[in-house]
Design a protein around this ligand. Structure first.
Ligand SMILES: [Zn+2]
Length: 316
């Protein structure tokens, strides 16, 4: 059983299948005639992430002033710096960290709004050229939630990857033009992760092309790890792109039992490693599960929910 699950993950079919064959959860019928409302906003109209509500003390500040007796309560939505600062002494004893990303966002506005409403800095990984990409990116940024471009990449199964995707058949010029178009599809974009990509991410040269562009635009990368042979993290490292990799897919199976099992698994990983990355999809079952689990998670499980930016450049 476990071997079969592992094999599925290693083959990189999990993301492909869940996103490709099962597809996006159906749009609620009431919202069906939404048409193409996702007119891209002018770049200046789209707000950047708001400043953190509480200033993060600098290392020098921390050294100069002894730690107060009471622990300051940081808002969950606090946007983390792109590159996390060196761990402070107090941080070394901090709770294990869990970061959650929901992939395949952008078709259903209702699903996107449920993700934004979750009581944690859950990242929206939004697909380029989807109907609600821009409005959801704007709403997420206004709420202080991380926004990623969920970039379609060629998979080994030969499944269609959708508009804005990259494949190994492209020349470098074609690859770069397509990548730039996807990066400009909505704003803001703080980082990128791969949609499918079990073929493309295993190609080091293509990953080097990708990371060169992300480095130039100062974006981070999250490797969804749809293939155990992925070269993305190595290429990111070489290009100086802050990166982190997925630990667990939450919803390859959407039963209560399996959602619970994968969630327990990622909590255990977070405790063991100090931090872990969980990726889910905007299925109704997944969103309901997170709506139940995330409130009070820290007091219940001793694991803190953090933005994906908090985990960048940690040894992983
Ligand atoms: Zn995806």
């Amino acid at each position: 059983m476990a071997a079969a699950l592992l094999a599925a993950l290693l083959l990189g079919c999990s993301d492909d299948e869940s996103a490709g064959s099962a597809g996006e959860p159906a749009e609620p019928s009431a919202a069906a005639p939404a048409a193409d409302t996702a007119e891209p906003l002018a770049p200046e109209a789209a707000s950047a992430l708001p400043e953190p509500a509480l200033p993060v003390p600098s290392v020098a500040d921390q050294a100069a002033t002894p730690a107060p007796a009471q622990v300051p309560v940081l808002p969950l939505e606090e946007p983390a710096p792109l590159i996390s600062p060196l761990p402070l002494e107090s941080e070394a004893e901090a709770l294990p960290m869990l970061s959650i990303i929901i992939d395949d966002v952008g078709n259903s506005r209702a699903a996107g709004e449920r993700i934004i409403a979750l009581p944690a800095p859950v990242a929206l990984a939004i697909m380029p050229f989807t109907r609600n990409a821009q409005v959801l990116a704007t709403l997420a940024a206004e709420a202080g939630k991380p926004v990623l471009l969920h970039l379609p990449m060629e998979n080994l199964a030969g499944l269609a990857i959708g508009e804005g995707g990259l494949d190994t058949g492209m020349s470098r010029a074609e690859f770069d033009a397509q990548l730039q178009a996807s990066l400009n599809a909505f704003t803001p974009i703080q980082g990128v992760n791969n949609h499918m990509g079990s073929k493309l991410t295993a190609n080091r040269e293509r990953m080097d092309w990708l990371m060169a562009r992300l480095a130039a635009r100062q974006l981070f990368f999250v490797d969804s790890r749809t293939n155990k042979e992925t070269q993305a993290a190595f290429a990111a490292q070489a290009a100086g792109v802050p990166n982190v990799s997925r630990d667990v897919f939450l919803d390859n199976e959407r039963t209560q039992v399996e959602l619970e099992r994968e969630f327990r698994l990622v909590l255990a990983r977070a405790r063991k490693q100090g931090a872990a990355v969980l990726i889910g999809h905007p299925y109704p079952e997944t969103l309901s599960f997170l709506e139940r689990q995330l409130p009070e998670l820290e007091s219940r499980e001793g694991v803190q929910l953090v933005s994906v930016q908090r985990l960048l450049s940690r040894p992983h």
